[in-house]
Design a protein around this ligand. Sequence first.
Ligand code: GLN
Length: 488
Amino acid sequence: MSAADLSIGGARAALDAGDLSAVELADAVLDRASATEAQLHAYLLIDHEGARAAAVAADEAIAAGTAGPLTGIPIALKDNMVTEGVETTCASQILAGWEPPYDGTAVAKLKQSGAVIVGKTNLDEFAMGSSTENSAFGTSRNPWDTDRVPGGSSGGSAVSVAVGSALGAFGSDTGGSIRQPAALTGTVGFKPTYGLVSRYGLIAFASSLDQIGPFARDVDDALTLFEAVAGHDPMDSTSWDGAVPDARPTLDAGPEGLRVGVVEEMNGEGADPQVLARYREVLSALESAGATLVDVSMPSIAHPVSTYYLIAPAEASANLARFDGIRYGHRADGETVEELMARTRGEGFGPEVIRRILLGTYALSAGYYDAFYGQAQKVRTLAIQDFERAYEQVDVIAAPTSPTTAFKIGERSENPLAMYLSDVFTIPSNLSGHPAISVPAGTDDAGLPIGFQLLAPALGEPVLFRAAKAVESLMGVSARPRLEEVAG
Ligand code: GLN
């Protein structure tokens, strides 16, 4: 076994025992990347020098006895997280070549913890998509079947963890972009409660929905990664200023006595029969292990996709106004400032980003604001109230993560609506700001991974991680994809 196949917990033990050095671990992970990148394209940039230097520093910290949980652990970052002096593109031509002058808060915390940043991972341009096909720099491929997408938008991060070209990774989740690719690659993907992880230095897509979170091999590792980046940050005005709920003490408390909500409007209708079968199998396993299943109805979350596709593009149209050719990245020529800006944006943004800006600008325009954006905000409030009522009766809510397993490259790229439906089960907890996690729950007949999703109330991380660990104990950690098929 290569050190690249260790979990974070396993690598920590080996590093602390002196059985493995951080430099050896970094080399194993970089070797794995060299062997798989030509096929998979998980990364937009691999920082060989930075990773080696961080690994040397980590070995010194370990020798000095000052190592923390992530010291020497190779981590990948989605390329919408700004990294000082390291190109950050959001997978967009408009930012190609941009080297940020600062680290985002989550990145700074990871560096302080002694983590080894391997590089920047591929995504759908500005995190808009569910497959990484909207990247301006080429699609990432699913290591379980390279004709298929890894999900998105954080597809590169998911792939890096699935194949061991990182031991853990971070992505961002606005409508499902951590949980859906986690489900499609057999990894664990967690979206924290809105406000627990600072968004300072996360390039904004839809600010009221965006949240940074981890990808990991197992639930324990996901919690370790979350703990490293969570906490109040004065640089993010929406940051939660109370304590971060501690999920460690109850992590292994098991499913006994847990009340698990099964939502009539999120019970997998429209999902692939095999996804549904796995979902029901996990529910019965939980029940047999001592959890109670409770039926709940949440009528206002019946149309999450239409609500989201007004709010998210509206916020995106405002956030993306800053990419004007003056301040960042790409700049086109123009006789006037207006012409320069229009040309820069026309050349720099890809078709999906332009579609979102048009949708959002329309939804916010005078005369349509009340009918579209205002209406969507009302539905969002009703959805939050539905969740609050549900959580009076249950501790967590269960749902499939993605309605299907990984789809073929090209299958949905001409049909935005089909693509948008990928997030029907993940969007509700973005609208409410609540935490949610996807854990592997076996595969379909073709061997493609299936995810099982758990949702909890705001700051409900302790019960969420407890339930996720219970599911993992029942279903097992996902196997690795077969490397012979993805190694070049
Ligand atoms: N797939 C959704 C979209 O395209 C969600 C993306 C995300 O969570 N960043 O907007």
